[in-house]
Design a protein around this ligand. Structure first.
Ligand code: ADP
Ligand code: MG
Length: 389
């Protein structure tokens, strides 16, 4: 069993470095546009602060190359200052003597927020020198950054190999949700896939052939499968290199008795014209950008009876209001079903928010890439290096 912060004894007065995922969207004024990831980190921060840890909290934000004033963690520190009055300080440096001094001054229950880890090149490179600098700040390391747990970086993978460590409540919650879904799936188990990153995701469908009863495929993902079945798809996005693999998935599904449903109608853009296509085939140069009403009805009929649903990838180009209907209706159907529901993926989670049903989904994952890894049935490197008890 991996150690969690509940297993840490005697942390009063100890210097605890907590890695969070505060990778939140900011506007140019530094206003936080969606605070979900910070909210999800609060239980761990509160717990450690209440236990009297001298807390050093760190995170990355965006993908800066060196210092970038638009990607400072200061707005996050201000958010935390409001949440924990008189307890929070901000360090404009990530490591170095000024940080060492600020850490030494920390009293039990106080929180020092470090500047964006990725202002230091060593973070993404997992450089030994940067790992040493981070390690020297603390007695104990805690990882609660689920969103980067699929990456081996200095502040999660590197440091965990060096220091006594534990995972926080958010990583624990994420792992528990996926574990429950995969180890003892409730049936009928319906998996829904869509989105555009077919190359990254085709592989994970294989993992579901051993667990799911029905797999609904829409969005950009569907066209590689339709093409594999010999259905014309016009100019819709297709991963030509993956057609053979898609064929194999379809035939494996048949063998295993897993139902795979593909779109039977579409909303397309033909030049500048918006059209409804009432059959699976898309002719000419038209591009499929949303599932059509018959497909929505078909997919909803399976969702209605499901006891467990896992969803990754929007069913259309939902950012464009002309093509959001499929995704929104499916989101509402998932919310209305009595199924245990998990949604993972950056765009998928924002689509759920656009549909206004976030509070009706059992588990909205805070990690895009990390949730995909778990869906593939793989371990997360940053979790593997957490100490066992
Ligand atoms: P997630 O972030 O949830 O893992 P992806 O990044 O794989 O999902 O996919 C989301 C993207 O897929 C969105 O930008 C959406 O516009 C796009 N998309 C969905 N359906 C289509 C389609 N039919 N054609 C082109 N793009 C699509
Ligand atoms: Mg995405």
């Amino acid at each position: 069993m991996k150690r969690t912060i509940r297993d840490l004894k005697d942390i009063k007065g100890k210097k605890v470095l907590l890695r969070c995922d505060f990778n939140v969207p900011l506007d140019n004024w530094g206003d936080i546009l969606n605070d979900n990831r910070i909210k999800e980190a609060l239980p761990t921060i509160s717990y450690l602060a209440e236990k009297g840890a001298r807390l050093i909290v760190c995170s990355h934000l965006g993908r800066p190359k060196g210092y970038d004033k638009f990607l400072s963690l200061f707005p996050v520190a201000v958010y935390l200052m409001k949440h924990f009055p008189n307890k929070v300080k901000f360090s404009s440096k990530v490591v170095g003597t000024e940080v060492d001094e600020a850490v030494e001054k920390l009293k039990p229950g106080e929180i020092l927020v470090l500047e964006n880890l990725r202002f230091q090149q060593g973070e993404s490179e997992n450089s030994p020198a940067f790992v040493n600098q981070l390690s020297s700040l603390c007695d104990i390391y805690v990882d609660d950054a689920f969103g980067v747990a699929h990456r081996k970086q200095a502040s999660n993978y590197g440091i965990a190999l060096k220091k006594p460590n534990a995972m926080g409540f958010l990583i624990e919650k994420e792992l528990k949700a996926f574990d429950a879904a995969f180890k003892q799936p409730a049936h009928p188990f319906v998996a829904i896939f869509g989105g555009a990153k077919v190359d990254d995701k085709l592989n994970l469908i294989n993992n579901f052939l051993n667990m799911a009863d029905t797999i609904l495929i829409g969005g950009g993902m569907a066209y590689t499968f339709l093409q594999a079945k010999g259905v014309s798809v016009g100019n819709s996005i297709v991963s030509h290199d993956l057609i053979a693999e898609a064929k194999e998935i379809l035939s494996n599904a048949k063998q295993k008795g897993v139902e795979i449903l593909l779109p039977v109608d579409h909303l397309v853009l033909d030049g500048e014209k918006l059209k409804k296509v009432r059959v699976p085939e898309i002719e000419g140069n038209a591009v499929g950008l949303d599932i059509g009403p018959k497909t929505i009805k078909l997919f909803c009929s399976r969702i209605k009876d499901a006891k467990q649903i896992i969803w990754n990838g929007p069913l259309g180009k939902y950012e464009d209001s002309r093509f959001k209907t499929g995704t929104i209706k499916i989101a509402k159907a998932v919310a209305k079903s009595g199924a245990f529901s998990i949604v993972g993926g950056g765009d998928s989670v924002s689509a759920i928010e656009v549909a206004g049903v976030a509070d009706k989904i059992d588990h909205l994952s805070t990690g895009g890439g990390a949730s995909l890894k778990l869906m593939e049935g793989k371990m997360l490197p940053a979790v593997e290096v957490i100490d066992t008890i």
